[in-house]
Ligand binder design. Structure first.
Ligand code: NDP
Length: 449
């Protein structure tokens, strides 16, 4: 682990004490504070008025009961969360996650990351995140609807176009957003399309939003590779996950000429030396909502499935972790480096452990941290809000063009900042400092609020 500046260590100590047991939140704060030592050394003003302490403390944390009735008529209880972390740049903005692992610490880590990610996009959005420990796997469509409705019955009091604008994340896609928007509309008697993003086109959703996070990650990595006169063309790529981010990262990488050799879900991974057949993956995961193990059964020759194990043992030149936090360990990073990985782009939020990030930095691997590389999703959500506000609907091409511009902009700003701070090619430092400075400037101008 890197050292923390002595001025910042007491801030981390307070975070650890005040948020006891929230390991993922501690990890996310530590990683940002490690970068900020360089900033406060150069600009001591940023350490004044408890600015960094304020950034580490959410503006508001909401925890609520979500009762619902399953298909057997049994009452089920889940816990709902919304952490409204920072609104200096605009309304809170960030996804909702439905997964049994969700707890306050995970929502806070995601909300904290979201502040800097949203700042990096250059768009007027604050940071927040929400979710529930509800497990959608194996639930019927009606159960999902009843759960989403109950979740929104409480959440609607806290969100709104000018207040807080949630979107999807793990376990929350277009179907869930549709059910939540339906209940919001009924409860408020307002067709307030910009209260949620990731909506269906017919309700004011944006073209390319579904694809945006994965496409954006591929755009970022392509630009990062270009700094070493490299590209995706002809490269072996491994992508973890087969959810929203993973599928569209694969789609754009394929368009850039890559060969995807492996992908996964939470049970195991498939390797296909002929190149992963993305249409088949979409059929299995998006249409039938089945397990990735079926891929090998359906594909037959050339493809095989490994139950459990680590997908990072599959040799590749580009690795795109797109499933979940801490899915790529120090050991995995060493295996990737040994097998000749050139670039790693985080489609998921904080998928690499601190040991893994350290290993990539030491090996000189091009490494794109999630808060920069996966910002295309929230950026396109902000474009969806723009379209809703102007009662407009853009074409796919226009939206994707904006997305590509935004990703190139994020890449270039991170790269420039890293150079300015004497660490060329360090995208972790570049992303943390660029995001922080924009939020810090906005907060300073607002006074102590
Ligand atoms: P999805 O629910 O669509 O897909 C998640 C994928 O990851 C699934 O393949 C899932 O497998 C797998 N997965 C989930 N948990 C685990 C686990 N514990 N171990 C291994 N695999 C796991 O989610 P998204 O694609 O939307 O999100 C993926 C990541 O990207 C998350 O970190 C999210 O925060 C981040 N992200 C998402 C954005 C978006 O726009 N959707 C925007 C920015 C970041 P299974 O099917 O078995 O559950």
């Amino acid at each position: 682990m890197n050292q923390i500046d002595e001025k910042l260590q007491p801030i981390l100590n307070v975070v650890l004490q005040r948020n006891a047991g929230e390991a993922e939140f501690h990890q996310a704060v530590r990683e940002v504070l490690e970068s900020l030592g360089h900033v406060v050394a150069k600009h001591p003003g940023y350490a004044e008025d408890a600015l960094i302490e304020r950034i580490c403390e959410p503006e508001r944390q909401i925890i609520f009961r979500v009762p619902w009735i399953d298909d057997n008529g049994q009452v089920q209880i889940n816990r709902g969360f919304r952490v409204q972390f920072n609104s200096a740049l605009g309304p809170y903005k960030g996804g909702i996650r439905f997964h049994p692992s969700v707890n306050l610490g995970i929502v806070k880590f995601l909300g904290f990351e979201q502040i800097f990610k949203n700042a990096l996009t250059g768009l007027p959005i604050g940071g927040g995140k929400g979710g529930s420990d509800f497990d959608p796997r194996g639930r019927s469509d009606r159960e999902i609807m009843r759960f989403c409705q109950s979740f929104m019955i409480e959440l609607h009091r806290h969100v709104g176009e000018y207040t807080d604008v949630p979107a999807g994340d793990i376990g929350v896609g277009g179907r869930e957003i549709g059910y939540m928007f339906g209940m919001y509309k009924r409860l408020t008697n307002r067709y307030e399309a910009a209260v949620l993003t990731g909506k269906a086109l017919v309700h004011g959703g944006s073209r390319a939003r579904t694809e945006a996070t994965g496409y954006g990650t591929a755009y970022f990595v392509q630009r990062m590779l270009s700094t070493r006169s490299e590209s995706f063309e002809g490269r072996r790529v491994v992508v973890s996950g087969t959810g929203n981010v993973a599928i569209y990262a694969m789609e754009k990488a394929l368009e850039f000429g890559a060969k995807i050799v492996a992908c996964s879900d939470s049970n195991g991974y498939v390797v296909d030396e002929n190149g992963i057949d993305l249409d088949l993956v979409k059929q299995i995961k998006e249409v039938r909502r089945a397990r990735i193990s079926e891929y090998a059964q359906l594909k037959g020759k050339g493809a095989h499935y490994i139950d459990g194990g680590s997908i990072w043992d599959v040799p590749c030149e580009v690795a795109l972790p797109c499933a979940t936090q801490n899915e790529l360990s120090g050991r995995d990073a060493k295996a990737l480096i040994k097998n000749g990985v050139v670039a790693v782009g985080e489609g998921a939020n904080m998928p690499s452990t601190p040991e893994a990030v350290q290993a990539f930095r030491e090996a000189g691997t091009l490494f794109a941290p999630g808060k920069a590389a996966n910002a295309g999703g929230v950026a396109t959500s902000a474009l969806e809000m723009q379209q809703n506000a102007s009662r407009d609907s853009w074409t796919f091409e226009r939206t994707e063009e904006r997305l590509a511009e935004i990703m190139d902009g994020i890449h270039d700003r991170c790269a420039r900042t890293a150079e300015e701070y004497g660490a060329p090619g360090d995208y972790v430092l570049g992303a943390n400092i660029t995001g922080f400075v924009r939020v810090a400037e906005a907060m300073r101008a607002l006074g102590v609020v």
